[in-house]
Design a protein around this ligand. Structure first.
Ligand SMILES: [Mg+2]
Length: 416
Protein backbone atom coordinates (compact mmCIF):
# COMPACT_ATOMS: atom_id res chain seq x y z
CA UNK A 1 0.00 0.00 0.00
CA UNK A 2 3.09 2.24 -0.20
CA UNK A 3 2.39 3.55 3.27
CA UNK A 4 -1.06 4.83 2.26
CA UNK A 5 -4.05 4.08 4.50
CA UNK A 6 -6.27 1.36 3.08
CA UNK A 7 -9.63 2.65 1.80
CA UNK A 8 -12.61 1.54 3.82
CA UNK A 9 -13.82 -0.64 0.93
CA UNK A 10 -10.68 -2.77 1.19
CA UNK A 11 -11.55 -3.64 4.75
CA UNK A 12 -15.06 -4.86 4.05
CA UNK A 13 -13.96 -8.26 2.66
CA UNK A 14 -11.89 -8.79 5.78
CA UNK A 15 -14.89 -8.09 7.95
CA UNK A 16 -17.39 -10.15 5.97
CA UNK A 17 -15.00 -13.06 5.44
CA UNK A 18 -13.99 -13.10 9.08
CA UNK A 19 -15.65 -15.79 11.14
CA UNK A 20 -17.82 -14.91 14.11
CA UNK A 21 -14.65 -15.18 16.23
CA UNK A 22 -13.25 -12.08 14.56
CA UNK A 23 -10.85 -11.10 11.81
CA UNK A 24 -8.44 -13.80 10.66
CA UNK A 25 -4.86 -12.60 10.97
CA UNK A 26 -2.21 -14.88 9.50
CA UNK A 27 0.75 -12.71 10.31
CA UNK A 28 1.35 -13.85 13.88
CA UNK A 29 3.97 -16.61 13.93
CA UNK A 30 2.52 -17.91 10.63
CA UNK A 31 -0.29 -19.51 12.62
CA UNK A 32 -3.96 -18.90 11.86
CA UNK A 33 -5.01 -16.55 14.58
CA UNK A 34 -8.19 -14.61 15.26
CA UNK A 35 -8.01 -11.08 16.53
CA UNK A 36 -9.91 -10.14 19.64
CA UNK A 37 -12.07 -7.03 20.12
CA UNK A 38 -9.42 -4.39 20.80
CA UNK A 39 -7.00 -6.09 18.40
CA UNK A 40 -9.60 -5.71 15.63
CA UNK A 41 -9.79 -2.03 16.52
CA UNK A 42 -6.00 -1.75 16.26
CA UNK A 43 -5.94 -3.49 12.87
CA UNK A 44 -8.69 -1.26 11.53
CA UNK A 45 -6.77 1.76 12.82
CA UNK A 46 -3.70 0.63 10.85
CA UNK A 47 -5.70 -0.15 7.71
CA UNK A 48 -7.72 3.04 7.69
CA UNK A 49 -5.04 5.36 9.02
CA UNK A 50 -7.55 6.53 11.64
CA UNK A 51 -6.50 6.50 15.28
CA UNK A 52 -8.10 3.98 17.64
CA UNK A 53 -10.89 5.57 19.58
CA UNK A 54 -10.99 5.33 23.34
CA UNK A 55 -13.73 2.70 23.15
CA UNK A 56 -11.50 0.47 20.95
CA UNK A 57 -8.58 0.55 23.43
CA UNK A 58 -8.00 -2.61 25.44
CA UNK A 59 -9.31 -2.15 28.96
CA UNK A 60 -7.50 -3.41 32.04
CA UNK A 61 -9.51 -6.06 33.87
CA UNK A 62 -7.09 -7.32 36.53
CA UNK A 63 -3.56 -7.50 37.90
CA UNK A 64 -2.18 -10.45 39.83
CA UNK A 65 1.25 -11.41 41.12
CA UNK A 66 2.99 -14.62 42.13
CA UNK A 67 6.18 -14.83 44.20
CA UNK A 68 8.66 -17.57 43.29
CA UNK A 69 12.10 -18.65 44.51
CA UNK A 70 14.14 -20.27 41.74
CA UNK A 71 17.39 -22.21 41.95
CA UNK A 72 20.30 -20.44 40.21
CA UNK A 73 22.75 -22.30 37.96
CA UNK A 74 25.64 -20.22 39.27
CA UNK A 75 25.25 -18.53 42.66
CA UNK A 76 26.38 -14.91 42.81
CA UNK A 77 28.70 -13.82 45.62
CA UNK A 78 28.83 -10.02 45.63
CA UNK A 79 30.67 -7.83 48.13
CA UNK A 80 27.29 -6.95 49.67
CA UNK A 81 25.46 -10.28 49.77
CA UNK A 82 25.66 -13.81 48.45
CA UNK A 83 22.67 -14.64 46.23
CA UNK A 84 21.95 -18.32 45.76
CA UNK A 85 18.31 -18.28 44.74
CA UNK A 86 16.42 -15.89 42.48
CA UNK A 87 13.35 -14.44 44.21
CA UNK A 88 11.04 -13.11 41.51
CA UNK A 89 7.64 -11.48 41.50
CA UNK A 90 5.69 -12.50 38.39
CA UNK A 91 3.13 -9.90 37.34
CA UNK A 92 0.14 -10.88 35.18
CA UNK A 93 -2.16 -8.31 33.64
CA UNK A 94 -5.40 -9.27 31.91
CA UNK A 95 -7.53 -7.07 29.66
CA UNK A 96 -11.30 -7.30 29.26
CA UNK A 97 -10.86 -9.03 25.91
CA UNK A 98 -8.37 -11.59 27.20
CA UNK A 99 -4.99 -10.10 26.22
CA UNK A 100 -2.28 -10.93 28.77
CA UNK A 101 0.57 -8.63 29.76
CA UNK A 102 3.54 -9.98 31.72
CA UNK A 103 6.57 -8.74 33.61
CA UNK A 104 8.75 -9.89 36.45
CA UNK A 105 10.62 -8.13 39.22
CA UNK A 106 13.85 -9.37 40.82
CA UNK A 107 13.22 -8.97 44.55
CA UNK A 108 16.59 -9.99 46.12
CA UNK A 109 14.85 -11.56 49.17
CA UNK A 110 11.87 -13.97 49.57
CA UNK A 111 10.16 -11.65 52.07
CA UNK A 112 10.18 -8.76 49.59
CA UNK A 113 8.72 -10.92 46.80
CA UNK A 114 5.96 -12.18 49.12
CA UNK A 115 5.14 -8.74 50.47
CA UNK A 116 4.49 -7.32 47.01
CA UNK A 117 1.79 -9.85 46.02
CA UNK A 118 -1.08 -8.09 47.88
CA UNK A 119 0.22 -4.66 46.79
CA UNK A 120 -0.08 -5.64 43.11
CA UNK A 121 -3.59 -6.99 43.75
CA UNK A 122 -4.59 -3.75 45.48
CA UNK A 123 -3.20 -1.72 42.58
CA UNK A 124 -5.21 -3.92 40.20
CA UNK A 125 -8.41 -2.92 41.99
CA UNK A 126 -7.48 0.75 41.49
CA UNK A 127 -6.71 0.37 37.79
CA UNK A 128 -9.52 -2.03 36.77
CA UNK A 129 -11.70 -0.60 34.02
CA UNK A 130 -9.10 1.90 32.82
CA UNK A 131 -8.06 1.95 29.14
CA UNK A 132 -4.64 0.41 28.55
CA UNK A 133 -2.88 3.72 27.87
CA UNK A 134 0.66 3.31 29.26
CA UNK A 135 1.36 6.96 30.02
CA UNK A 136 -2.01 7.50 31.74
CA UNK A 137 -1.61 4.32 33.78
CA UNK A 138 1.97 5.22 34.77
CA UNK A 139 0.63 8.52 36.08
CA UNK A 140 -2.20 6.79 37.95
CA UNK A 141 0.26 4.36 39.60
CA UNK A 142 2.61 7.13 40.56
CA UNK A 143 -0.31 9.08 42.09
CA UNK A 144 -1.46 5.99 44.01
CA UNK A 145 2.02 5.52 45.54
CA UNK A 146 2.72 9.23 46.09
CA UNK A 147 2.25 9.21 49.86
CA UNK A 148 4.42 6.14 50.65
CA UNK A 149 6.80 7.21 47.86
CA UNK A 150 7.73 5.46 44.60
CA UNK A 151 11.01 3.99 45.85
CA UNK A 152 12.50 0.62 46.77
CA UNK A 153 10.06 -2.27 46.36
CA UNK A 154 7.16 0.04 45.39
CA UNK A 155 9.26 1.29 42.47
CA UNK A 156 9.62 -2.36 41.42
CA UNK A 157 5.83 -2.76 41.48
CA UNK A 158 5.23 0.47 39.53
CA UNK A 159 7.88 -0.50 36.96
CA UNK A 160 6.74 -4.07 36.44
CA UNK A 161 3.09 -3.05 36.08
CA UNK A 162 4.19 -0.51 33.44
CA UNK A 163 6.17 -3.25 31.64
CA UNK A 164 3.12 -5.56 31.68
CA UNK A 165 0.93 -2.74 30.29
CA UNK A 166 3.32 -2.18 27.36
CA UNK A 167 3.46 -5.95 26.76
CA UNK A 168 -0.32 -6.14 26.44
CA UNK A 169 -0.41 -3.03 24.22
CA UNK A 170 2.20 -4.44 21.84
CA UNK A 171 0.28 -7.74 21.76
CA UNK A 172 -2.96 -5.89 21.00
CA UNK A 173 -1.44 -4.78 17.68
CA UNK A 174 0.45 -8.05 17.09
CA UNK A 175 3.93 -6.50 17.27
CA UNK A 176 7.09 -7.40 19.21
CA UNK A 177 7.68 -4.70 21.82
CA UNK A 178 10.85 -3.46 20.05
CA UNK A 179 8.92 -2.98 16.81
CA UNK A 180 6.05 -1.28 18.65
CA UNK A 181 8.64 1.15 20.04
CA UNK A 182 9.87 1.95 16.54
CA UNK A 183 12.95 -0.29 16.32
CA UNK A 184 13.87 -3.31 14.26
CA UNK A 185 14.76 -6.75 15.60
CA UNK A 186 18.52 -6.71 15.54
CA UNK A 187 20.81 -8.89 17.71
CA UNK A 188 21.96 -7.04 20.85
CA UNK A 189 25.58 -7.61 22.01
CA UNK A 190 25.48 -9.20 25.47
CA UNK A 191 27.97 -9.93 28.22
CA UNK A 192 27.61 -13.00 30.38
CA UNK A 193 26.92 -11.79 33.92
CA UNK A 194 26.11 -15.16 35.45
CA UNK A 195 28.32 -16.32 38.30
CA UNK A 196 31.85 -14.89 38.72
CA UNK A 197 31.20 -13.83 42.28
CA UNK A 198 33.90 -13.46 44.92
CA UNK A 199 35.89 -16.69 44.63
CA UNK A 200 39.53 -17.85 44.55
CA UNK A 201 41.56 -16.83 41.45
CA UNK A 202 41.73 -20.25 39.74
CA UNK A 203 38.04 -20.99 40.33
CA UNK A 204 37.19 -17.57 38.85
CA UNK A 205 39.39 -18.27 35.80
CA UNK A 206 37.66 -21.64 35.27
CA UNK A 207 34.22 -20.11 35.55
CA UNK A 208 35.11 -17.17 33.26
CA UNK A 209 36.23 -19.61 30.58
CA UNK A 210 33.05 -21.67 30.93
CA UNK A 211 30.93 -18.51 30.58
CA UNK A 212 32.20 -17.96 27.03
CA UNK A 213 29.97 -20.85 25.82
CA UNK A 214 27.35 -19.41 23.49
CA UNK A 215 29.93 -17.20 21.84
CA UNK A 216 29.99 -14.53 24.53
CA UNK A 217 32.69 -11.92 23.94
CA UNK A 218 32.45 -10.32 27.40
CA UNK A 219 32.04 -11.40 31.04
CA UNK A 220 31.77 -9.57 34.37
CA UNK A 221 33.74 -10.31 37.53
CA UNK A 222 32.68 -9.18 41.02
CA UNK A 223 35.32 -7.57 43.22
CA UNK A 224 35.42 -5.74 46.53
CA UNK A 225 37.56 -7.75 48.95
CA UNK A 226 39.22 -5.94 51.80
CA UNK A 227 42.71 -6.36 50.32
CA UNK A 228 43.57 -4.97 46.92
CA UNK A 229 46.15 -7.73 46.30
CA UNK A 230 43.44 -10.41 46.52
CA UNK A 231 41.22 -8.65 44.00
CA UNK A 232 44.19 -8.08 41.70
CA UNK A 233 45.19 -11.74 41.89
CA UNK A 234 41.70 -12.77 40.73
CA UNK A 235 41.64 -10.18 37.94
CA UNK A 236 45.03 -11.38 36.68
CA UNK A 237 44.06 -15.06 36.78
CA UNK A 238 40.85 -14.37 34.83
CA UNK A 239 42.43 -11.95 32.36
CA UNK A 240 45.29 -14.39 31.73
CA UNK A 241 42.84 -17.23 30.99
CA UNK A 242 40.54 -15.27 28.63
CA UNK A 243 41.45 -14.50 25.01
CA UNK A 244 42.60 -10.88 24.54
CA UNK A 245 39.52 -10.15 22.43
CA UNK A 246 37.15 -10.95 25.34
CA UNK A 247 36.10 -7.90 27.34
CA UNK A 248 36.28 -8.12 31.11
CA UNK A 249 34.08 -5.84 33.22
CA UNK A 250 34.45 -5.63 37.02
CA UNK A 251 31.77 -4.69 39.57
CA UNK A 252 32.48 -3.62 43.15
CA UNK A 253 28.81 -3.39 44.18
CA UNK A 254 29.60 -0.16 46.09
CA UNK A 255 32.13 -1.87 48.38
CA UNK A 256 34.95 0.69 48.57
CA UNK A 257 35.62 3.94 50.36
CA UNK A 258 36.61 6.86 48.12
CA UNK A 259 40.30 6.68 49.01
CA UNK A 260 40.43 2.89 48.48
CA UNK A 261 38.55 3.26 45.22
CA UNK A 262 41.14 5.73 43.88
CA UNK A 263 43.88 3.24 44.68
CA UNK A 264 42.01 0.28 43.14
CA UNK A 265 41.11 2.26 40.01
CA UNK A 266 44.72 3.30 39.41
CA UNK A 267 45.85 -0.31 39.84
CA UNK A 268 43.15 -1.66 37.50
CA UNK A 269 44.15 0.80 34.77
CA UNK A 270 46.97 -1.60 33.88
CA UNK A 271 44.95 -4.83 33.93
CA UNK A 272 42.93 -4.71 30.69
CA UNK A 273 39.54 -3.98 32.28
CA UNK A 274 36.67 -2.75 30.08
CA UNK A 275 34.73 -0.90 32.80
CA UNK A 276 34.76 -0.46 36.59
CA UNK A 277 31.22 -0.61 37.99
CA UNK A 278 29.97 1.09 41.18
CA UNK A 279 33.32 1.30 43.00
CA UNK A 280 31.78 3.38 45.83
CA UNK A 281 28.32 4.16 47.22
CA UNK A 282 26.03 4.46 44.19
CA UNK A 283 24.71 7.95 44.94
CA UNK A 284 28.01 9.63 45.88
CA UNK A 285 28.24 11.34 42.51
CA UNK A 286 30.81 13.93 43.59
CA UNK A 287 33.43 11.35 44.53
CA UNK A 288 32.43 9.06 41.67
CA UNK A 289 33.21 11.94 39.29
CA UNK A 290 36.68 12.33 40.83
CA UNK A 291 37.35 8.62 40.29
CA UNK A 292 36.07 8.85 36.69
CA UNK A 293 38.38 11.80 36.09
CA UNK A 294 41.42 10.07 37.55
CA UNK A 295 40.98 6.58 36.04
CA UNK A 296 41.73 5.74 32.43
CA UNK A 297 39.34 2.78 32.68
CA UNK A 298 35.70 3.91 32.12
CA UNK A 299 33.41 4.06 35.16
CA UNK A 300 29.96 2.48 34.89
CA UNK A 301 26.99 3.31 37.16
CA UNK A 302 23.20 3.54 36.89
CA UNK A 303 21.54 0.32 38.09
CA UNK A 304 20.43 2.25 41.17
CA UNK A 305 18.86 5.21 39.35
CA UNK A 306 15.29 5.13 40.69
CA UNK A 307 13.47 7.35 38.23
CA UNK A 308 15.03 10.26 36.35
CA UNK A 309 16.13 12.80 39.04
CA UNK A 310 19.14 10.76 40.31
CA UNK A 311 20.17 10.08 36.74
CA UNK A 312 20.09 13.80 35.93
CA UNK A 313 22.19 14.51 39.03
CA UNK A 314 24.75 11.85 38.04
CA UNK A 315 24.96 13.08 34.45
CA UNK A 316 25.29 16.71 35.55
CA UNK A 317 28.10 15.71 37.93
CA UNK A 318 29.88 13.70 35.17
CA UNK A 319 29.86 10.85 37.69
CA UNK A 320 30.46 8.13 35.08
CA UNK A 321 31.60 7.46 31.54
CA UNK A 322 28.75 5.00 30.87
CA UNK A 323 25.27 4.45 32.30
CA UNK A 324 23.21 1.31 32.80
CA UNK A 325 19.45 1.23 33.30
CA UNK A 326 17.51 -1.17 35.49
CA UNK A 327 14.03 -1.77 34.07
CA UNK A 328 12.54 -2.15 37.57
CA UNK A 329 14.08 0.96 39.08
CA UNK A 330 13.94 3.37 36.15
CA UNK A 331 10.17 3.05 35.72
CA UNK A 332 9.48 0.17 33.33
CA UNK A 333 9.24 0.75 29.59
CA UNK A 334 7.91 4.30 30.08
CA UNK A 335 10.76 5.26 32.40
CA UNK A 336 13.38 3.53 30.25
CA UNK A 337 12.41 5.47 27.14
CA UNK A 338 12.71 8.77 28.98
CA UNK A 339 16.05 7.74 30.51
CA UNK A 340 17.38 6.60 27.12
CA UNK A 341 16.58 10.06 25.73
CA UNK A 342 18.33 11.66 28.68
CA UNK A 343 21.43 9.51 28.15
CA UNK A 344 21.46 10.49 24.48
CA UNK A 345 21.32 14.17 25.44
CA UNK A 346 24.48 13.66 27.53
CA UNK A 347 26.17 11.41 24.92
CA UNK A 348 26.39 8.38 27.20
CA UNK A 349 26.31 4.78 26.01
CA UNK A 350 23.49 2.81 27.64
CA UNK A 351 23.74 -0.74 28.97
CA UNK A 352 21.03 -2.76 30.71
CA UNK A 353 20.90 -4.22 34.22
CA UNK A 354 19.21 -7.64 34.71
CA UNK A 355 15.85 -8.49 33.02
CA UNK A 356 17.59 -9.40 29.73
CA UNK A 357 14.37 -10.66 28.10
CA UNK A 358 12.56 -7.30 28.15
CA UNK A 359 15.73 -5.19 28.17
CA UNK A 360 16.70 -6.70 24.79
CA UNK A 361 13.61 -5.05 23.24
CA UNK A 362 14.41 -1.75 24.94
CA UNK A 363 18.07 -1.85 23.97
CA UNK A 364 16.98 -2.32 20.35
CA UNK A 365 15.04 0.94 20.69
CA UNK A 366 17.80 2.83 22.56
CA UNK A 367 20.13 5.27 20.80
CA UNK A 368 23.70 4.72 21.97
CA UNK A 369 22.97 1.13 23.06
CA UNK A 370 26.02 -0.52 24.53
CA UNK A 371 25.87 -3.92 26.31
CA UNK A 372 22.99 -6.11 27.43
CA UNK A 373 23.62 -7.77 30.80
CA UNK A 374 22.73 -11.44 30.37
CA UNK A 375 21.67 -13.55 33.35
CA UNK A 376 19.66 -16.78 33.08
CA UNK A 377 17.88 -16.43 36.42
CA UNK A 378 14.33 -16.38 35.05
CA UNK A 379 14.98 -19.08 32.45
CA UNK A 380 13.49 -22.00 34.48
CA UNK A 381 10.00 -20.47 34.44
CA UNK A 382 10.04 -19.15 30.85
CA UNK A 383 8.40 -21.06 28.02
CA UNK A 384 10.97 -19.55 25.65
CA UNK A 385 14.09 -18.26 27.43
CA UNK A 386 16.12 -15.54 25.73
CA UNK A 387 18.25 -17.02 22.96
CA UNK A 388 21.91 -16.01 22.70
CA UNK A 389 23.73 -16.51 19.41
CA UNK A 390 27.33 -15.51 18.76
CA UNK A 391 27.33 -13.52 21.99
CA UNK A 392 24.26 -11.47 21.08
CA UNK A 393 20.68 -11.63 22.34
CA UNK A 394 18.13 -12.51 19.69
CA UNK A 395 15.12 -10.26 20.26
CA UNK A 396 12.12 -12.59 19.86
CA UNK A 397 9.67 -11.85 17.03
CA UNK A 398 6.65 -12.88 19.10
CA UNK A 399 4.07 -10.17 19.83
CA UNK A 400 4.78 -8.30 23.08
CA UNK A 401 7.92 -8.69 25.17
CA UNK A 402 8.04 -12.47 24.73
CA UNK A 403 7.54 -13.48 28.39
CA UNK A 404 5.30 -16.51 28.99
CA UNK A 405 5.40 -18.65 32.12
CA UNK A 406 5.79 -22.40 32.46
CA UNK A 407 2.89 -22.74 34.87
CA UNK A 408 3.93 -26.14 36.26
CA UNK A 409 7.39 -24.79 37.19
CA UNK A 410 5.87 -21.64 38.69
CA UNK A 411 3.63 -23.84 40.85
CA UNK A 412 6.64 -25.91 41.99
CA UNK A 413 8.71 -22.90 43.12
CA UNK A 414 5.89 -20.70 44.35
CA UNK A 415 6.50 -18.89 47.65
CA UNK A 416 3.55 -19.05 50.01
MG1 LIG B 1 26.25 -3.91 39.24
Amino acid sequence: MNGQPWPATAINPLLTNGSERGILDRSINNQPCFLRGSQQGALLAVLTGKPMTHSEMPVLRSLAATAVKLPMNRPLGTSAKSIEEACLLLVDLLTEDGIEGRAYAFCYQPSIARSLVPIVAELGEQLAGKPLVPLDLAQAVSRYFRLPGVAGPLAMVASSVDTAVWDARAKSVGMPLAVYLGANLQPIPAYNSNGLGLMPPEAAADEAEALLAGGFGAVKLRLGRSHLEHDLATVRAVRHRLPDSVRLMVDFNQALTFSDAMQYAMALDNEGIYWIEEPIRHDDYRHMALIAQAARTPIQIGENFTGLPPMVAALEASASDYVMLDLDRIGGVTGWQRAAGLAAAYYREVSSHLFPEVSAHLMAATPGRHWLEYVDWAAPILQEPLHIKNGAAIVPDRPGNGLAWKNDVVARYRLV
